[in-house]
Design a protein around this ligand. Structure first.
Ligand code: ADP
Length: 216
């Protein structure tokens, strides 16, 4: 889907049970392109589960998720054109940041070397830095994860606690990338337990409690 509305997501009455626990409880939502949605809530309120649901990592026990008219887990296994930062990204320890992105970019072969350099610069990492990933600080790892989520200009971007381990300059880089993605009409959903940070980035704040969307 290109042009006007790139992404249209409908979550219909989704409940997710894992063993005896209800981790998502009758969630209903409609999400649109060009908007930044912020998931707010305490630890364990279901933010990560909701993000995992949207990228097809978990399937609903009841209800359904429709992405651009197609039901996740039935017509499609995962949403196309999606950038994800959930938990620890699987980068290769003995490769540099640049080489890690280069290897990942070869899956889809959409990016030039210059574009890989540019996205590294946008997150404040030096493309020529020869340091291996395993020697990266937590903040550098987080920056590389963010670069990876945004690098192919995806239509859907899912970020779990993207400000973790970032210094103010890193947060500034993240804000700029989110703003840029929004301008090209991507749909961005980010989870952040820090209310102040979240309100700075999100157009729409979604409050979660015990697997439920409050007021939703
Ligand atoms: P948040 O991201 O808001 O901190 P999560 O989505 O990670 O919250 O967790 C929601 C609920 O799901 C919590 O009660 C948590 O204990 C539970 N949970 C998380 N992972 C699992 C799992 N693998 N098996 C069972 N329950 C889980």
């Amino acid at each position: 889907m290109r042009g006007g509305d790139k992404m249209d997501i409908k979550i219909r009455n989704v409940t997710k049970k894992i063993k005896d626990a209800i981790v998502l409880d009758r969630v209903n939502m409609e999400l649109k392109s060009g908007t930044v949605y912020g998931l707010q809530g305490k630890n364990g309120s279901g933010k990560t589960m909701l993000l995992r649901l949207l990228c097809g990592f978990i399937l609903p026990s009841e209800g359904e998720v429709e992405i651009n008219g197609k039901v996740l887990g039935k017509e499609i296994s995962f949403p196309e054109n999606t950038g994800v930062l959930i938990e620890n990204p699987a980068f290769l320890d003995y490769f540099t940041g640049y080489d890690n992105l280069k290897i990942l970019s070869e899956i889809r072969n959409k990016m030039t070397e210059k574009e890989i350099e540019e996205i590294l610069e946008k997150v404040g990492l030096d493309p020529n830095n020869k340091r291996k990933y395993r020697k990266y600080s937590l903040g550098m790892k987080q920056r590389l994860g963010i670069a990876c989520a945004f690098m192919e200009k995806p239509d859907l971007i899912l970020l779990d606690e993207p400000t973790n381990a970032l210094d103010p300059e890193g947060i500034e880089c993240l804000h700029r990338l989110v703003e840029e993605a929004k301008e090209r009409k991507a749909l961005i959903i980010l989870a952040c337990h820090d209310a102040e940070e979240l309100h700075q980035m999100a157009d729409v704040v979604i409050q979660m409690e015990r697997g439920r969307v409050m007021g939703g």
